[in-house]
Design a protein around this ligand. Sequence first.
Ligand SMILES: O=C1C[C@@](O)(C(=O)O)C[C@@H](O)[C@@H]1O
Length: 254
Amino acid sequence: MKKTLTVRGLTIGEGAPKICVPLVGETLSQLKEEAVYLKTLDLDVVEWRVDFFEHVDDIEEIKAALGEIRAILTDTPIIFTFRSAKEGGEKEISTDYYFELNKIIAGSGQIDIIDVELFNEGNDIKAIIELAHRYGVFVIISNHDFDKTPSKEEIVSRLRKAMEIGGDIPKIAVMPRSSTDVLTLLDATNTMNEQYADRPFITMSMSGKGLISRIAGELFGSALTFGAAKQASAPGQIDVVELRRAINLLHSNL
Ligand SMILES: O=C1C[C@@](O)(C(=O)O)C[C@@H](O)[C@@H]1O
């Protein structure tokens, strides 16, 4: 039996996939403007992609900005994500700083979910999961391949590893080079859903080719999907209004 996960009244892992929209502003004023705009949209979760932020190397500035974002978004679940350059993010930072930042923010009381990349030291990941849980924060353990789609076995294995290490929500985003690659991601998702997952997880095949994976999560097993407001944070994200419409279309026919 798969567990669901409830955050600020939102239950992830049942019914239609939940919609997450990334905040990608570079300056504090852009972030505040974006957050005000996101409040007007029909979305479920907001992800702050802090690697887009101009002061990403200053934890005090990040904390202050987060306070302002939280004050605007009040009841919306917030995911805090520093996406490393090697996994498609905007900036490179040292591993030490990556964990220091994530630990401080996990304990800040301002966020609900934190994204930690799977390709790190197991003990570092476990330490941050433990700390996050102490503060009631859920942890996404993520992996991204912006170049290709690994084999089905590899995708399932990475998602299972994210689960075994203690992540609350395993996640993988891969790039298709062909329609077969999209099927591989969907097949891996379906197998994970039917055979291995005991908790919600997230998968997507990126770019226009992979769009089906961003709308068909309810059928194959992905619990959350990313849509764009004004600016996408990854290739293939569609406008959040169209995304909701497509998801509802599938949902109402299942
Ligand atoms: O990991 C993900 C998924 C994503 O890469 C996507 O393809 O929608 C977008 C990122 O902002 C997010 O952190």
